[in-house]
Design a binder for this molecule. Structure first.
Ligand SMILES: [Zn+2]
Length: 117
């Protein structure tokens, strides 16, 4: 879903950015249009990169992954932070993923794992 959106945005932004940059050549190398065109072209690249990087991390770092990687930090139902070993954990929503939440340590701020809602 997110990947399709990124591709759609890319396919709109790339020609649009190129068009604006080309327009800057016509209007005596207007630096404003040149920069704007460059930014429009780079925007989808930034979005696309974050989506790929983000989804890989979210899919990998699940509760089961955490339990296998840090067996000492998961004792039955009690999960503790693998860095500072406290159990003051909290849940927060992710900026770009509506249906994902992350479990993090309120002491040191480390993200332990992610889950779907
Ligand atoms: Zn911690």
């Amino acid at each position: 879903m997110e990947n399709k959106t990124s591709i759609m945005i890319s396919s709109v932004c790339m020609p649009l950015g190129a068009g604006v940059m080309f327009f800057s050549l016509l209007s005596e190398f207007s630096i404003l249009f040149l920069i704007t065109g460059g930014l429009i072209m780079l925007l989808p690249l930034a979005l696309f990169k974050n989506t790929l990087k983000g989804s890989a991390s979210y899919d990998k770092k699940t509760y089961n992954w955490y339990r296998e990687k840090y067996p000492d930090s998961v004792q039955g139902d009690i999960v503790t932070c693998s860095r500072c070993e406290t159990n003051t954990l909290d849940i927060r929503p992710l900026k770009n993923e509506i249906f994902k939440r992350e479990i993090y340590c309120t002491e040191c701020g480390k993200t332990l794992y992610y889950f779907n809602i």
